[in-house]
Design a protein around this ligand. Structure first.
Ligand code: NDP
Length: 330
């Protein structure tokens, strides 16, 4: 049936300012990397997006190659957007990216102007949108001059195809350089999208300082280590889990006894805080004000309900902090 979003959708979500910009983002955003491809259940994808928006999650993150097959998450998002979200376009922040392999030949990968401009045109067509709110270069490309890649991002904004631009997985050093070029071009870098979780803390080693200094926001991807930082693998390997049913990026073999032992200890600590482990893992990132938003994926709407409840407790006592660090470093 027709979708009428919850009237109280903005009442409980927390919105944080993205660096030194004019944009607030929800503390929790939704990524469409998994569960929105042609091999996934369209009805479920649609229910997830509706639930997200009802919860005040008004930022949806895509990329040219999300699926499978590549492009299909954008296509399905476009179908759902057309049916359910057209009246709410101005309430949404929709992002896409280019930087990984997308189409054959020399112009469908990495960081050339040729690739970025063509890829965003394709993404807009698939999604049925006139513009995206944020367009990212998806990963650093050491073989293309940064001036060309950043120049392409600036051109895209001037063409009206994106309102803001960002970069993903750039090192602290490359972020400094990219931010400087973008600033000179007159298109400031809005946001950086790094991998960041309790178990992958590389951003703490310089990147977050650069972002703060330059006024760039941060949105953390894979905050739950693709599901490992939840209680789901503590009692075996569920048939419908990513590690079992997908296995492209999260292999069951990588979830070792040693890893599960840490997860179990973290889960115990989360319970003492009155939180699920998923909630604690997200709260752990949000305790740093430099993290604008935490970008989760979900395979069902109930996981969204679970995750947003983290907002009830974002504080960590000194004891909790040191207990957690002992487990993580153990
Ligand atoms: P997460 O670490 O949040 O993992 C998501 C998975 O965790 C879900 O599919 C689900 O797995 C499980 N999960 C989520 N919530 C719960 C819960 N409450 N209880 C139990 N299990 C839960 O993030 P992703 O790895 O999916 O990445 C999130 C987004 O980040 C992507 O969609 C994408 O937008 C972005 N991203 C960006 C990248 C980049 O290079 N810039 C790279 C990777 C991701 P299950 O299916 O087992 O139920």
């Amino acid at each position: 049936g027709p979708y009428f979003p919850a009237v109280e959708r903005y009442d409980n979500m927390i919105y944080r300012r993205c660096g030194r910009s004019g944009i607030d983002l929800p503390a929790i955003s939704l990524g469409l990397w998994h569960n929105f491809g042609h091999s996934d259940d369209f009805k479920n994808s649609r229910t997830i997006l509706r639930r997200a928006f009802d919860l005040g999650i008004n930022h949806f993150d895509l990329a040219n190659n999300y699926g499978p097959p590549y492009g299909s998450a954008e296509e399905n998002f476009g179908r759902i957007f057309d049916k359910d979200f057209t009246p709410y376009r101005d309430e949404l922040i929709i992002s896409s990216k280019a930087g990984w392999d997308m189409w054959p030949g020399p112009y469908g990968n990495y960081g050339s102007r040729k690739y970025l401009i063509a890829s965003l045109d394709q993404s807009l067509k698939r999604m049925g949108l006139e513009y995206v709110d944020i367009f990212y270069h998806h990963r650093p490309d050491p073989k293309t001059p940064l001036e060309e890649t950043m120049g392409a991002l600036d051109q895209i904004v001037r063409q009206g195809k994106a309102l803001y631009v960002g970069i993903s997985q750039y090192s602290a050093e490359d972020t400094e350089k990219a931010a400087k070029i973008l600033k000179e071009l007159g298109t400031p870098c809005l946001i950086h999208q790094p991998r960041y979780s309790m178990m992958d803390r590389w951003v703490e080693d310089g990147l977050l300082d650069v972002l703060e200094d330059r006024g760039i926001g941060a949105i953390a991807f894979s905050p739950l280590e693709q599901g490992v930082l939840t209680d789901k693998y503590l009692k075996g390997f569920p048939e419908d889990s990513r590690a079992v049913k997908d296995g492209r990026y999260l292999q069951a073999g990588a979830i070792t006894e040693e890893l599960l032992d840490k997860v179990k200890q973290l889960n115990g600590l989360a319970q003492k805080r009155g939180q699920s482990l998923a909630q604690m893992a997200i709260a752990w990132l949000l305790k740093d004000r430099r993290i604008t938003s935490v970008l989760v994926g979900v395979s069902r709407p109930s996981q969204l309900d679970d995750n947003v409840k983290c907002l009830d407790n974002l504080e960590f006592s000194q004891t909790e902090r040191s207990e957690i660090m002992t487990i993580l470093n153990g």
